[in-house]
Design a protein around this ligand. Structure first.
Ligand code: ATP
Length: 193
C-alpha cells in the first residue's frame, strides 16, 4: 500500500494538512494523536506517566495537563528521556496496529519526530519559520517564551529534516495558499497510489 510519511516541526501545519487529506477520505495514522490517546485518564501511558512524574501534572478533572507535563519534560534531559522511554514503545505498538487496519486507497503516517528508520513510498515535509511557529504556539497553548524557546531549540534542525523530504511545503503564508499546495500533492499521491 502507498503510505505517505508526513512530518514537520511543531505548529508547522501537520494537523491542518492531515485534516485536509482526511477530508478527501484518506486514513491517517497520527503519532501525536496516538500519544494523546494513550495519555487519557486510565490509559496505559497515563498510568505510567503519573507514576513517574506524580500528581502535579494532573488538572482538576485528573486528566494529564499537557502543558504542565511539557514543562516538567523540558525542565531537564533526564525527565525528557524518562517520558520518551514510557511513551515510545506504547506509541510504536499502536502505530503498527494502525497500519494493518488502513482501508482507504492509500494512507498517511504523520509524526513530528523523524529518522532514517521511517521509510515510506514518499515523504512530505512541512516547514514553518521559527518566528511563525512561536506565534502559533503562543496563540494555541499559552506557553511561556522560555518554554517555547526550549521546545524550538529541541526540534530537529531544518537541514536535517529536509534531508528526508521527497516533497516540501513551506507554510509561512496564508491558510488558503497552504491548502492549495496540499491539494496539488493530494492529486499527485492519489495518482501514484
Ligand atoms: P503540533 O506539532 O504542535 O501539533 P501541527 O504541526 O499539527 O502542530 P497545526 O496544528 O496544523 O500544526 O497548526 C498550528 C496552528 O497554526 C493551528 O492553530 C493552525 O490552525 C494554525 N495554522 C496552520 N497553518 C496556518 C496558516 N497557513 N495560516 C494561519 N494559521 C495556520
Amino acid at each position: 500500500m502507498f503510505i505517505l510519511g508526513l512530518t514537520g516541526g511543531i505548529a508547522s501545519g501537520k494537523t491542518t494538512a492531515t485534516n485536509f487529506f482526511a477530508s478527501k477520505g484518506i486514513e491517517i495514522i497520527d503519532a501525536d494523536e496516538i500519544s494523546r490517546g494513550l495519555q487519557l485518564k486510565g490509559e496505559a501511558g497515563y498510568k505510567q506517566v503519573l507514576k513517574e512524574f506524580g500528581k502535579d501534572i494532573l488538572d482538576d478533572a485528573d486528566e494529564i495537563n499537557r502543558s504542565a507535563l511539557r514543562k516538567i519534560a523540558f525542565a531537564n534531559k533526564t525527565n525528557k528521556a524518562k517520558l520518551e522511554e514510557i511513551m515510545h514503545p506504547l506509541i510504536r505498538s499502536e502505530i503498527m496496529q494502525g497500519f494493518e487496519n488502513i482501508k482507504s486507497k492509500w494512507g498517511i503516517y504523520s509524526a513530528p519526530l523523524w529518522s532514517n528508520r521511517n521509510k515510506f513510498k514518499r515523504t512530505l515535509v512541512i516547514n514553518s519559520s521559527p518566528h511563525i511557529q512561536s506565534q502559533r504556539i503562543k496563540e494555541r497553548d499559552n506557553s511561556s517564551d522560555e518554554v517555547i524557546r526550549k521546545i524550538l531549540a529541541d526540534q530537529m534542525p531544518y537541514k536535517e529534516r529536509i534531508s528526508f523530504a521527497d516533497d516540501f511545503i513551506s507554510n509561512d503564508g496564508s491558510l488558503d495558499s497552504f491548502l492549495k499546495k496540499l491539494d496539488f500533492y493530494f492529486q499527485l499521491y492519489d495518482k501514484m497510489a
